[in-house]
Design a protein around this ligand. Structure first.
Ligand code: MEV
Length: 438
């Protein structure tokens, strides 16, 4: 069967759905109903979502939850999180409460520089290219003025443009490596527009440069794009307390807990297999807040993982130590976030999330997101090094299993009560449902 189609994007929404169900589904009515049940009855709101991307056929819901009790630099916050994984919000809330009684989270933005590059090929003399670059550098900035003017008024803009010679790695390859401060904007559009302007100025001026031969004048621009690697856009988040205060459970000895916790972090610092899972747990918290606040979680993921391997080996993003009886647990990560532009002014839930966070600046959002990541890692390591992860995880997953079996409200109450004193496993839950239904 031929399942290709041309002109799909030009079809109406219902024509698209008709084609999809006719081409790919045997039960067409059921497939249509599945899509339609997620349509919003408010046409304007639905249209807003339709227009975020091409070929929207329905909405994809994720739970939007909140984790209260976060004390960050002395300020109380309730953090919004959009995530499907059952235990994440519960773990964040638990860690927030734990640290609330121990001074809360301390954060600091260490840098805010973002990077963009014009990648180009030049096969002439490097010294001549350098001379050309020096002669054109200020023109690159002046030609970009219409793009940068507003950002400059607010104190941001282009910080510098460098010529980088990469010919040792790839014959003929050079870059215009530019740095930017985009203030409260994530800055992707701003940076990309500046870079495209740099490329056209660079190409145009090369044709006029007397120092170049006819061949050298033909600089070949390969592409102009921001980098999602932002090792100079760094936020630090930290918690600390006396080791003796580390336990709120009589069964856990604080000294032994602190030692084991630090061992767990050290393992993730040197063992990549563990580090990836360790950092995945951090990203559970980070992505959820990044998504809830309408930011680009793919950009954040790519940048954070590159940073985790900046010395050539993939390592833990968090670190822990005991010094003079004080336990300190911290993380420094790159985060390119925005609180203006993009989805932030468009998506009603993003606007809600921003208000819930008291309309943070991009720097404040960096701090909040880093805290969510650190809290998540603390909660995961605390469980892993004490009870094991499955106890909490399966308790939260219980509801998913009950829903899979279409449990009624009454069945849910009885089974949840049963598992207050029994270990949750998939099999045990299925048996409990079957027993109840006998
Ligand atoms: C699960 O989503 C995240 C954890 O695996 C993180 C970790 O192992 O540190 C629990």
């Amino acid at each position: 069967m031929n399942t290709s189609i041309s002109g799909f994007s030009k079809l109406s929404k219902s024509q698209k759905i008709d084609w999809i169900v006719e081409t790919h589904f045997s039960n067409q009515e059921e497939a249509k109903a599945t899509l339609k049940q997620y349509w919003n009855s408010d046409n304007k709101l639905q249209q807003l979502h339709d227009e975020f991307i091409e070929n929207t056929i329905t909405n994809y819901y994720l739970p939007f939850g909140v984790a209260p009790n976060f004390l960050i630099n002395g300020k109380m916050l309730t953090i919004p999180m959009a995530i499907e994984e059952s235990s994440v919000v519960a773990a964040a809330s638990k860690a927030a409460k734990f640290w609330l009684k121990r001074g809360g989270f301390k954060t600091e933005v260490l840098s805010t520089t973002k990077i963009g590059q014009v990648h180009f090929m030049f096969y002439g003399k490097t010294e001549t290219l350098q001379a050309f670059f020096q002669s054109v550098k200020s023109k690159l900035q002046t030609d970009a003025k219409p793009i940068t003017e507003n950002m400059e008024k607010r104190g941001g803009g282009i910080l510098d443009i460098e010529l980088r010679n990469k010919t040792e790695d790839l014959a003929g390859y050079y870059q215009l490596h530019a740095t930017f401060d985009t203030l409260d904007a994530m800055g992707a559009n701003f940076i990309n527009s500046c870079l495209e302007q740099f490329s056209s100025t660079f190409k145009r001026e090369a044709l006029l440069f007397d120092g170049f031969t006819a061949v050298e004048k033909q600089i070949e621009i390969v592409m102009s794009i921001l980098s999602n690697y932002v090792p100079n856009c760094i936020v630090r988040a930290e918690v600390s307390c006396p080791v003796s205060e580390l336990s709120d459970d009589k069964t856990i000895d604080p000294d032994a807990f602190a030692e084991k916790f630090i061992q767990a972090v050290k393992i993730a610092e040197i063992e990549p297999y563990r580090a990836v899972t360790h950092n995945k747990g951090i990203m559970n918290g980070i992505d959820a807040v990044v998504l809830a606040t309408g930011n680009d979680f793919r950009a954040v993921e790519a940048g954070v993982h590159a940073y985790a391997s900046r010395d050539g080996q993939y390592r833990s993003l968090t670190h822990a130590k005991i010094e003079n009886g004080i336990f300190t647990f911290w993380m420094e990560i790159p985060l390119a976030l925005g609180t203006v532009g993009g989805l932030t002014g468009l998506h009603p839930l993003v606007k809600f999330a921003m208000r819930l966070l008291h309309n943070p600046s991009a720097k404040e959002l960096m701090e909040i997101v880093a805290v969510a990541g650190l809290a998540q890692n603390f909660a995961a390591l605390r469980s892993l090094t004490t009870t094991g992860i499955q106890e909490g995880h399966m308790k939260m997953h219980l509801m998913n299993i009950l829903n899979q079996f279409d449990a009624s409200a009454e069945e849910k109450v009885q089974i949840i009560h049963h598992f207050k004193t029994h270990i949750v496993t998939h099999r045990a839950v299925v048996e409990a449902i079957e027993n109840l239904r006998k």
